[in-house]
Design a binder for this molecule. Structure first.
Ligand code: PGA
Ligand code: ZN
Length: 418
């Protein structure tokens, strides 16, 4: 017996930045109802599936999502209602076929992904298992991922002069997930104290990290290492490590990387990362170069790929075709995984499988605009990839994910770690 859907409904709600997004409710024929909240990015890759916005300047500055909401409640609901689906892959395929475009631009990836996430929950409920268990592929060992706490925000996520977007701490050496969360929160508190003492404002960026008006990335790294020590932990690649997401597409203009007032070539940018890796316990660098600088990516991977994880986000957009190309070209060693970049849960799992088979790592990720939905905590755990980034250990929409991991750990005997 499969899943029989009675109806799907969406409403326009607010994301954590105060912009409209979708809340999707799926009602099954046997009277259950499941929910999903749709995330939304700010420093998006140009190859992402299309997030449909109304463009009506009189509502939310054109960012309303009533068109996408309408697509869920009418066309998608009509197409799914009364049908029997054996698994999520079949349902997601029906959604992709119904949309009919390459990039989900007709119905909107924001409409489609909400239905797909809710449907995953409905299938888990039907199977009587937790969501993470339903999302575990055959032959994969689920495990609790290392949380990557984004504690300093810059770039498109903060109104400061810091060009690098994200500075994360990753308690890779913690004995359990709960202890990793504790380390994250304690370092975050120590960092707040240190910044305040140095006279910096301790206001927060979009992902809940501090947004001090520091210009040099290395000064942030010095402060982070000190804060890790203040909190009583060891800064190190096998203890409390640091991960970076410079989000370089955002500061790449006219063929140059604009960092702290300098205009660097790709080669100079790579030199800068090499020096950072020499000096700090950085274990992972995401989007170190721009999404259209493929040659640079190959050189960056060649130079640093055996010392740090090189993660593609804007470059790869969770797209199985692009990821396959990057694997072939040796552009990167890992993929960032965002469900709404590709638009269905099944395609997301496909991309993760391609990575696994090639020996590539995967880091599941939130978006800078989030809801209280903790779906990605289950996805990261179920897919067994060992890595999740979902912002600071602060702000409700971020801690919802970390708290969900704590609950999964308490209710299971899953191992923790990379
Ligand atoms: P976004 O950024 O959600 O604003 O696109 C997150 C990231 O670059 O990883
Ligand atoms: Zn990124």
């Amino acid at each position: 017996m499969g899943l029989r859907i009675a109806s799907v409904r969406a409403v326009e709600i607010l994301d954590s930045r105060g912009r409209p997004t979708l809340s999707v409710t799926l009602n099954t024929a046997d009277g259950h109802s499941v929910w999903a909240g749709v995330p939304s990015g700010a420093s998006t890759g140009s190859g992402e599936a299309v997030e449909l916005r109304d463009g009506d300047k009189d509502r939310y500055g054109g960012k309303g999502v009533l068109t996408a909401v309408g697509h869920v409640s009418t066309e998608i609901s009509d197409a799914l209602a009364g049908r029997d689906f054996t698994d999520l892959a079949a349902l997601d395929e029906a959604l992709v076929d119904l949309d009919g475009t390459e990039n989900k631009s007709r119905l909107g990836a924001n409409a489609i992904v909400g239905v797909s996430m809710a449907a995953a929950r409905a299938f888990a409920q039907l199977a009587g298992v937790p969501l993470w268990r339903y999302l575990t592929p055959d032959g994969v060992q689920p495990r609790l991922p290392v949380p990557h706490f984004n504690v300093v925000n810059g770039g498109a996520h903060a109104p400061n002069r810091l060009d690098f977007q994200e500075f994360m701490i990753a308690p890779v050496g913690a004995p359990t997930l709960a202890e990793a969360v504790r380390a994250g929160a304690e370092v975050y508190a120590a960092l707040r104290a240190r910044l305040a003492e140095a006279g910096f404002a301790t206001g927060l960026g979009d992902e809940g990290g501090f947004a001090p008006d520091i210009v040099q990335p290395e000064q942030v790294l010095d402060t982070l290492v000190a804060a890790i020590g203040d909190a009583g932990y060891t800064a190190g690649r096998d203890a409390v490590a640091i991960a970076l997401d410079p989000a370089a597409s955002e500061f790449h203009r006219d063929g140059r990387y604009h960092v702290a007032g300098e205009a660097l070539s790709a080669e100079e940018m790579i030199d800068r990362y090499a020096a950072i890796v020499d000096r700090y316990p950085v274990w992972s660098i995401e989007d170190g170069l721009a999404e259209d600088d493929w040659d640079g990516w190959v050189r960056l991977t060649d130079r640093l790929g055996d010392r740090v994880q090189i993660v593609g986000d804007d470059l790869l957009v969770t797209n199985p075709v692009v990821v396959s190309r990057a694997i072939e070209r040796r552009a990167g060693t890992a993929a960032l995984i965002k469900v709404n970049q590709i638009g269905t849960v099944t395609e997301t799992l496909d991309t993760m499988r391609i990575c696994r088979q090639a020996g590539w790592a995967q880091m599941v990720s939130h978006r800078s605009g989030e809801t209280a939905d903790a779906f990605i905590a289950d996805l990261a755990t179920g897919a067994g990839c060992g890595q999740l980034k979902t912002g600071a250990p602060a702000r409700g929409e971020r801690v919802a994910k970390y708290n969900r991991l704590i609950e999964i750990e308490a209710d299971s005997s899953l191992a923790y770690g990379l």
